[in-house]
Design a protein around this ligand. Structure first.
Ligand SMILES: Cc1cc2nc3c(=O)[nH]c(=O)nc-3n(C[C@H](O)[C@H](O)[C@H](O)COP(=O)(O)OP(=O)(O)OC[C@H]3O[C@@H](n4cnc5c(N)ncnc54)[C@H](O)[C@@H]3O)c2cc1C
Length: 392
């Protein structure tokens, strides 16, 4: 029987961070990962360059049943502290857009940073090891694993959410939460591309690969970022962001020209180029392929001079207020995160300890704290990992 002060289940972003912090405090720490690879999502992230934090990060960037829950951990471990760690390890980075920080070279550098920290802190890491059962003892926990029987004083669950199931995601955290009397709210795929209904897909599929800046709204929330047409539907940052606010059956509203008063612009073009085709004018505002498909679909045509104010207003209205009812989303297969999860009412916002079971901690994405796109989810993983690492 091996005994540790702290066992952390899940060798991803939050688990490795928590392990290093606890190890530096002199605690004996074991991290158990069930796949062969630690930090797989870190490697996949940010298109291979890991968007590791966001300089504008705050609790306002998260969805949660309790919008105040993340405040304590985020304020004690803000983005600036992770940036300082990244700089100390000599990892070069840049701001891409909207405060999003990416590695110049590779996501591997962020994983290596965490593994180096764990090594310096004396953390033991095991991979390819399954946890078969967890039992509470009078003090601490007993774990039966594929690698043998283990005991620990503090047990940290850092197994993340359900997205990318073929990368090792499991519902383990939710099962343990339920086992120890915590409630788990509904979960669903978020930061995920939309699929379209056959009717919309038919005319939009040929636009696959085109990106266009939009503002998109759903259920009272709006994002202004790029939209990408795909062969299945709509993706790009704008669509991933709004997917977190979308429920099946909802419509989304897209403004294709959030920077422009299209009606005024069209009147001006009619004045300046009366003989030109509407399609020619629309091609100045978006790719020709996109202008062609949309004009054909909505039957927008004619010479500018022949288009009345009423018609121009109708066209502008359609393009500023395009309403689409997605068929669904691509689901956990491609989602960046799981929305919802363990009800934070049952967890201390200061330490991440379960209120129902002393010594049991939940960190990272398994909790009902879901960040916007742009480095916020990693910042939550770091901050919640540190919060628990300081007390376990
Ligand atoms: C493709 C993709 C790109 C992303 N890009 C970004 C980005 O650029 N910026 C950003 O902020 N966020 C990004 N995210 C989200 C981010 O990766 C997660 O929010 C973050 O990794 C969550 O950290 P975590 O520690 O809670 O879980 P994870 O990092 O997912 O770690 C959980 C670990 O637990 C292991 N595990 C699961 N079940 C068990 C079990 N039963 N026993 C033992 N181990 C188990 C898993 O294999 C995994 O290693 C991206 C996600 C994806 C899928």
């Amino acid at each position: 029987m091996q005994q540790f002060d702290v066992i952390i289940i899940g060798g991803g972003a939050s688990g490795l961070m928590c392990a290093a912090v606890a190890g530096y405090r002199g605690r004996s720490v074991l991290v158990i990962e069930h796949t062969r690879k630690l930090g797989r999502k870190i490697l996949m992230s940010g298109g291979g360059r890991c968007n590791f934090t966001n300089i504008h990060n705050s609790a306002a960037n998260f969805l949660s049943g309790n919008p105040h829950f993340s405040k304590s951990a985020l304020s004690r471990y803000p983005a600036a502290q992770f940036i300082e760690l990244v700089e100390r390890h000599g990892v070069e980075f840049h701001e891409k857009t909207l405060g999003q920080l990416f590695c110049n070279e590779s996501s591997k550098e962020i994983l290596q940073l965490l593994l180096t920290e764990c090594e310096w802190a004396g953390v033991q890491l095991v991979t390819d090891t399954r946890v078969e059962s967890v039992e509470a003892l009078e003090k601490g926990f007993h774990l039966s694993t594929s690698g043998g029987e283990l005991q620990c004083e503090s047990l940290v669950i850092a197994t993340g959410g359900l997205s990318i199931p073929n990368g090792g995601a499991t519902g383990f955290a939710y099962d343990i939460a339920r086992q120890f009397g915590l409630s788990v709210g509904d979960v669903r795929a978020a930061l995920v591309p939309f699929t379209l209904q056959p009717y919309d897909l038919e005319y939009l599929k040929p636009l696959s690969g085109i990106s266009h800046d939009v503002s998109v709204s759903c259920n009272g929330t709006t994002f202004r970022e790029a939209m990408l047409f795909t062969h299945r539907g709509l993706s790009g940052p704008a669509m991933l962001q709004i997917s977190s606010y979308w429920n099946p059956g909802d419509t989304i509203q897209i403004d294709l020209f959030p920077n422009l008063d299209l009606f005024e612009w069209l009147k001006q073009q009619r004045n300046d180029h009366p003989k030109s085709e509407l399609l020619t004018q629309m091609s100045h505002l978006m790719s020709k392929r996109m202008a062609q498909a949309l004009c054909e679909h909505w039957q927008f045509s004619g010479h500018m001079a022949d288009l009345s104010n009423k018609r121009l207003e109708e066209i502008a209205q359609q393009l500023h207020h395009w309403t689409i009812k997605p068929g669904g989303t691509e689901g956990y297969r491609t989602a960046e995160v799981t929305l919802g999860g363990i009800d934070t009412d049952g967890v201390s916002s200061k330490t991440m300890e379960a209120k129902t079971q002393p010594g049991l901690y939940f960190i990272g994405e398994c909790l009902d704290v879901t960040g916007h796109l742009g480095g916020h989810n990693f910042q939550w993983a770091w901050a919640s990992g540190v919060a628990a690492g300081q007390v376990v």
